[in-house]
Design a protein around this ligand. Sequence first.
Ligand code: GLC
Length: 748
Amino acid sequence: MKRLSLALLGMAVSLCLWGETPLYLDSSASIEQRIDDALSRMTIREKVNMLHAQSKFSSAGVPRLGIPEFWTTDGPHGIRPEVLWDEWDQAGWTNDSCTAFPALTCLAATWNPEVSYLYGKSIGEEARYRKKDILLGPGVNIYRTPLNGRNFEYMGEDPYLASQMVVPYIQGVQSNGVAACVKHFALNNHEVNRHTTNVIVDERALHEIYLPAFKAAVEKGNAWSIMGSYNLYRDQHVCHNEYLLNDMLKRDWAFDGVVVSDWGGTHNTEQAITNGLDMEFGSWTNGLSAGASNAYDNYYLADPYIERLATGAADENVLNDKVRRVLRLAFRTNMNTNRPFGSLCSPEHSAAAREIGREGIVLLKNDGKVLPIRSEKGMKVAVIGENAIKMMTVGGGSSSLKARYEISPLDGLRKAFGDKVELVYARGYVGDPSGEYNGVTSGQDLSDSRSAAELLAEAIDVSRNADVVIFVGGLNKSAGQDCEDSDRASLELPYGQNELIEALAAVNPRLVFVNVSGNAVAMPWIKKVPAVVQAWYLGSEAGNAIADVITGQYNPSGKLPMTFPASLSQVGAHCFGNYLGEKRENENIYDCTYNEGIFVGYRWIDKHKEKPLFPFGHGLSYTTFAYGKPSASAKRMDAAGTLTVSVPVTNTGDVDGSETVQLYITDVKSSLPRPEKELKGFRKVKLAPGETQNVEFTILPEHLAFYSPEAGSMVTEQGKFRVKIGASSGDIRGEVEFEFVDNAIAVR
Ligand code: GLC
């Protein structure tokens, strides 16, 4: 083998000497031919060097062959500022600010795959311009508990919605010749003990709830890389997990890309070699603290790997498979001479951020049509709350950004109302005056020495005689709220906001609560507040997006991608003891059993006939929509067939509006327990006043399937099914029944 490599090397060198372009550099050759040629020229050390970090966010190329190094970057909402070679601290560049796009919960709340493509394309352009080859995002971990500190980075509780929304994002990013790195694969559904939690979950929940979005990312999105998660599954860390990486991802889903570890997620050389890891990053760290600067040769996939190859303890074929994947990534990204050049902080990206933000905002309640607030001369508007002024692009963990700018809700509202409206502001409470993450500071001085009583008194004073009060509160990106590496302690709003809201409602009934958060929150005062808006973390254009909705410039069309429970007793993860699991006797491992199984989110709500605060898929508009009776193209369907369900939807109000029509499937009688209904289709339609559209859905056998542990695959059983058409999971407007006549195993 060695002689052959040397001979090929000699030939390649002689070809070069004669000016022939070596095959691996010939962009007219196929990627697979180029991989073969490059591999044949590489030494063992060069191969192994490609499999692990050389700095905090980069891995080595092959300098001798002109194969570039790889540069990765966080995160899912924007391109992270440069850090020092081997530290988390800022490199102090002055040209690495970015456009901060809305958090992915907001993207999911648009229920609009076209917007998701726009998002991916835009953020991919910023990554490309910053010369990054791998974008460490998007995240699609399922929203199992509203306490998870990282839910704001993900796409909600439903696998079908997350699957439909992640694919266009990936396609958009990769259209720039930048790899998406879909994370965190898999079962990383809370942040406490994230490195030491061993998830125990039944096969049905694994295949029906936690894997589908990743499967879609690979099979439909053609993701070029996947990030392993910190936790364990079947007692193996998922960054080197035989079942999830080798069997599921690479064998069953035919993933041809690269598995990247999470930073500090690698723990064992043998497992890293044999269980599917391709690129090791961040070792010797817990993913967030400093690592020893000369540790790279000591990485699990570095010298220890070389030693095992030298003694024959490691199979060179396994090495070559890893290197093929990394080379494939190179030819798709930094060796792809046809990729575009990207752009940074462009007006187009600002427009995209604003569009995504306002389309993702959800109007949860609007009694008495308090909203929209049209500005009238002499009107007095009181804006209350720390989240009206606090920057939210700094903090939250690795998705933290150095945004070129961030328009606060207060600034956005001031600009939108203009000078004919008297707009007064009072903070109302002091939550978290800090604003720094990894050396990036918000630049805001939010210190305030006043007492809670003084702050409350001022808020009440400015609200008492206002025509309308807009309270902008919620959570923030601090530890213990919406932040990586920590979970919330409860569903409650922090900092005494509930008391403040009650006090404001007592002096002014025309109160609007704007919740800036990545998560559901409890609203014990909900009956006293006529209007509620879920505003998410909206990035650079936050204030403009919020103002667009509040003033009616934009008619809200967002729908919740997760249930807002009335209390944790409505969340399956919290109904069987500690949602974090139990620590082992003599081992720093927490066994966490997902006892609720497939009954996550609205699936649990339906099973237990709970009434949530706001149901999954809920979202109002400034207009109204009427749904006609749904009809099916046939009464029966077989394994080879499809069925079309159509439903007329009419805008019965007086302004343009968009409605997301949702299709849920009920298996009337199944051999195994199934949820009362499951989302299997949605369509967002824009309607002018009085306009009717016939919204059509195509039902496939796969939409009827559940995972059969016995068959080891998805199965569609014979029998009756119901299609339920709804404006939300809690607002079904009509249904139609049909029969599936075959007993088919739908494997996809
Ligand atoms: C973090 C996160 C991951 C991020 C990586 C690099 O710990 O878990 O999402 O991309 O490390 O910052």
